[in-house]
Design a protein around this ligand. Structure first.
Ligand code: MN
Length: 395
């Protein structure tokens, strides 16, 4: 099947985070990689993968492998995956394809017992596994018949061969050895650690096509536009209006999973604020981007609650491009898509309305909202952000 379908589903290419881990390369000894990833997606399953011709042939096995030759485990053939995916363990954000937690359950090498290309093509692949948990002979057999054809020939069976490694005593390795072979962690422990996140890249959002986007290095000291206080909301259709969320304005910079936070004056906040166990740093890592600069407000997710959220209203930089000359509305569209793809969590996208500043101001004050922010659609000279407050006792 090749990687075309994989790339189509994810749009393009894959980058692993955090970086510094080289993607898996074919082994010099010619041995082929074998691995199983336990994947808590909408339904828990085990992704069984065999390297062939530079990709990972992949089957999704709902019950996982069995050591008992009498147990024929359904294995749904899925698209090939890149070799680099094979050592991934961590989180795929919920808004993305395959969203959920991935645990590397077994890994090693495999050897075909016959010509693997012929066996794969005819739906009868026999092989020997040399894993950390699984050993010995196995077979993957494509189901035949009309029903199988109707299902696009995707239904296969994973069966243990009768050999010295087979067990018929009911031992279930998925139960007795649930842990990761790389980290010893459980799914729950991996799910709680946001430092390893897998994203579809580039960001699915069309940043290169945004008018005004310029290739530029990620700024080290951002210069956020400060808001001018005004009595009235600015008028004109080139202004967007938002409710000002009471909280602390913070800019977040992600350079390949290294998070830095800045105040609204562009001053760096203490490094510990962005540590990987802190909610804002973790949240920003979930945005599908290698490099990015966002602007938003840190505030409780719910009124009176303890849990902090990050309410984003602007995207200043994304994956190699400065966006400050991109029309604000387009930046917000890109940002909204990134937040959607980050999945559920502590990120929020701040909604706005375009134009009608006076009406918005009046209505917001009537609802008891204290403050509004207006942002100019295309920034020109002067302050592109205005804050306006409701008069005391109004409404
Ligand atoms: Mn999967």
């Amino acid at each position: 099947m090749g990687l075309a379908e994989y790339n189509r589903k994810r749009n393009f290419g894959i980058t692993r985070e955090p970086p510094g881990d080289a993607p898996a390369k074919p082994r010099p000894d010619g041995a082929r990689a074998y691995l199983i990833q336990k994947h808590a997606a909408s339904r828990l399953h085990y992704d069984f993968r065999l390297e062939l011709d530079g990709v990972l042939l992949s089957w999704s096995v709902p019950k996982g492998p069995s050591l008992d030759p009498r147990e024929k485990r359904l294995a749904v053939h899925v698209e090939d995956h890149p070799l680099a995916y094979g050592d991934f363990e961590g989180i795929i954000p919920k808004g993305q394809y395959g969203g959920g937690t991935v645990l590397l359950w077994d890994r090693g090498t495999w050897e075909p017992q016959e010509n693997p290309h012929a066996g794969y093509a005819k739906g009868n692949l026999k092989f020997t596994l040399k894993g950390e948990k699984l050993h010995g002979g196995f077979a993957l057999i494509r189901l035949g018949g009309r029903r199988a054809r109707e299902e696009g020939d995707k239904a296969w069976l994973l069966i243990k061969e009768r050999d010295g490694e087979a067990r018929e005593d009911g031992l279930d390795l998925t139960q007795t050895r649930p842990e990761s072979v790389v980290s010893g962690r459980t799914l729950e422990e991996i799910a709680a650690d946001r430092s390893s996140v897998w994203h579809s890249k580039p960001s699915h959002v069309d940043v290169a096509g945004a008018p005004g986007a310029r290739e530029a290095p990620l700024p080290v000291r951002p210069k956020p536009p400060r808001a001018a206080a005004r009595r009235k909301a600015p008028e004109g259709d080139d202004w967007l209006h938002e409710i000002a969320i009471p909280g602390i304005r913070v800019l977040a910079r992600n350079e390949r999973s290294r998070i830095s936070l800045y105040s609204d004056r562009g001053t760096p906040l203490p490094a510990k604020a962005a540590r990987k166990d802190r909610p804002i740093g973790d949240a920003v890592r979930m945005l599908p981007a290698e490099t990015l600069l966002v602007d938003g407000i840190v505030a409780p997710l719910t009124e009176g609650g303890d849990q902090l959220g990050y309410f984003l209203f602007d995207l200043l930089y994304l994956d190699g491009r400065d966006l400050t000359r991109v029309p604000l509305l387009r930046r917000k569209e890109l940002l909204e898509e990134l937040v959607r793809r980050a999945g559920e969590g502590s990120l929020r996208y701040v909604e706005h309305i375009a134009g009608g500043g006076a009406d918005f101001h009046r209505e917001a004050c009537r609802l008891g909202i204290a403050e509004m922010v207006g942002e100019r659609e295309v920034s020109m000279k002067g302050r592109p952000r205005h804050r306006s407050r409701c008069r005391r006792g109004f409404g």
